[in-house]
Design a binder for this molecule. Structure first.
Ligand code: UGA
Length: 471
């Protein structure tokens, strides 16, 4: 009897690692290759720097069962495996297109290793690449580098839909598996691997599969952007976005998810993918006006979130702003495109000093801020405790809704110069919002409207006027 295929994973970042470990957990033998030797060594010891709930446990389980192994070269990966999934990064270029250089470097190296005679291979592109890339760029590059063609070498696409913070659940219980294949044999092989996953499998062409991924992310980005625009409207008319979004989302054609207003979407995917889809559409002579509007509207929302903070104090000159939550959302240590970056920049430009805190993303943020700001870390203090971040602050801004913040104990407000709390996610529960020792302002609620005055100032803490501060 033919034994089950062994899967190779090339690239063990967030997505490659979670994908490989998900396969291993479902009983597939997996061999991983990562070009960064330090990452390989760490993984081999059962450790990962990636903060992702359940991932470290899954790693140790995979290593202990022997179903997840690591190799240190493309040649070894090829020797050990039947099907290779490319999980290589596809960052964005300044013009919106994706940067295929890291992917093509990997493809060239893999192609050279494929020159050694070996049984037929299926290479699967799991990375997010714009529609047409697998067929028009990756397959030809692999064929050139390896000197092989179908049936000795075939290429498929199989996009991932993992969200950071819930990668392990998403990988174990996918809502769908999308296969982009160009022949029935490849479809059979991929279906065999996914047999252990309880999910519907949709088969299309590689280009169609790539389009599914972009359409899905663009639609999610659209939902977030849409609700953010409605939230601005809710503030202006004196309403509250959450019950509005809930009532709207109860229509099953709309759905409740991704209707939570905030400071704008962040993360490594939405902006990059929307920009790439727009750039690809332009290349094809199309004008996708809805897609084109998403990133500008998202930027407006971040600016708007900042203006809520500024509106609370009247001026930020000489004030101290504390930003709590630096990851692009709670549950991850990833700060890529985090809204905390522009928020800190706006606050600094308005003359405030800033203290920042995050339970897990502080170091990543420090590095990202240094690269983003390109004028050093002057005026920004990176705090390892919330207490330090809030000490002497005129306003606390909740950017990511980490559970650690949600009690907001009175001892935190005691250390603040003014007890304004601007909650960009409306995450603080009503019992905290209503406490007399703080002024809660929620994005998407009437409290954030520019014309709204403050509630009565807390005792022994003269807070000044809603607009225009003291000291
Ligand atoms: C996203 C998609 O959700 C995944 O399905 C996809 O696989 C992934 O991109 C990818 O392409 O790799 P991710 O970026 O990890 O996942 O995070 P999301 O949970 O989608 O959140 C993105 C941003 O939208 C965050 O800044 C989040 O705070 C924001 N958001 C999300 C809102 O402001 N409101 C919401 O209701 C939902």
């Amino acid at each position: 009897m033919r034994t089950a295929p062994t899967v190779g994973i090339a690239g063990l970042g967030y997505m490659g690692l979670a994908t490989g470990l998900g396969f291993a957990h479902r009983g597939v033998r997996v061999v991983g290759y990562e070009v960064r030797a330090d990452v390989r060594r760490e993984l081999a010891r059962g450790r990962t720097k990636i903060h992702e709930p359940g991932l470290a446990e899954l790693l140790r389980g995979g290593l202990n069962s022997g179903r997840f192994q690591l190799v240190d070269s493309w040649a070894a990966l090829l020797r050990e495996t039947d099907i290779i999934f490319l999980c290589l990064p596809t960052p964005r270029r300044p013009d919106g297109h994706i940067d295929l250089r890291p992917m093509l470097r990997g493809v060239r190296e893999l192609g050279e290793a494929l020159r050694t005679p070996s049984p037929p291979r299926l290479i699967v592109v799991k990375s997010t690449v714009v529609p047409g890339t697998t067929e028009e760029v990756i397959r030809p590059a692999l064929e050139r580098a390896s000197g092989r063609r179908a049936p000795s070498l075939t290429v498929a696409a199989n996009p991932e839909f993992l969200a950071e913070g819930s990668m392990v659940t998403d990988v174990m219980q996918p809502e769908r598996v999308v296969l982009g294949v160009s022949n029935a044999a490849d479809e059979r092989k991929l279906r065999a691997i996914y047999r252990a996953f309880p999910a519907p499998v949709i088969t299309l062409s590689p280009t169609g599969a790539e389009l599914v991924k972009y359409a899905a992310n663009a639609f999610l980005a659209l939902k977030v952007t849409f609700v953010n625009e409605i939230a601005r409207l809710a503030e202006a008319v004196g309403s509250d976005i959450d019950p509005v979004a809930e009532a709207v989302g109860l229509d099953s054609r709309i759905g409740q998810k991704f209707l939570s207003a905030g400071p704008g979407f962040g993360g490594s995917c939405f902006e990059k993918d929307v920009r790439a889809l727009v750039a690809r559409s332009h290349d094809l002579g199309l004008r996708p006006r809805t897609l084109e509007a998403l990133v500008p509207s998202n930027e407006d929302q971040t600016r708007h979130a900042f203006e809520i903070v500024q509106g609370a104090l009247g001026t930020l000159r000489g004030r101290r702003v504390a930003i709590l939550g630096l990851a692009f959302k709670a549950g991850t240590d990833d700060v890529r495109e985090s809204r905390a970056l522009p928020l800190v920049r706006y606050a600094r430009s308005a003359g405030a000093t800033v203290r920042v805190h995050d339970p897990v993303a502080l170091e990543n943020f420090r590095r990202a801020w240094t690269a983003y700001a390109d004028r050093g870390t002057r005026g920004v203090r990176f705090c390892t405790t919330v207490k330090e971040a809030l000490q002497g602050a005129d306003v606390a801004v909740l950017q990511a809704a980490w559970p650690d913040y949600l009690d907001f104990p009175p001892m935190w407000t005691r250390g603040m110069r003014r007890p304004w709390v601007v909650d960009l996610r409306r995450a603080l529960p009503p019992r905290v919002r209503d406490r007399p020792d703080l002024h809660w302002v929620g994005l998407g609620t009437a409290s954030a409207a520019p014309s709204t005055g403050p509630r009565a100032p807390p005792p022994a803490r003269p807070s000044g006027k809603r607009r225009g501060g003291r000291r």
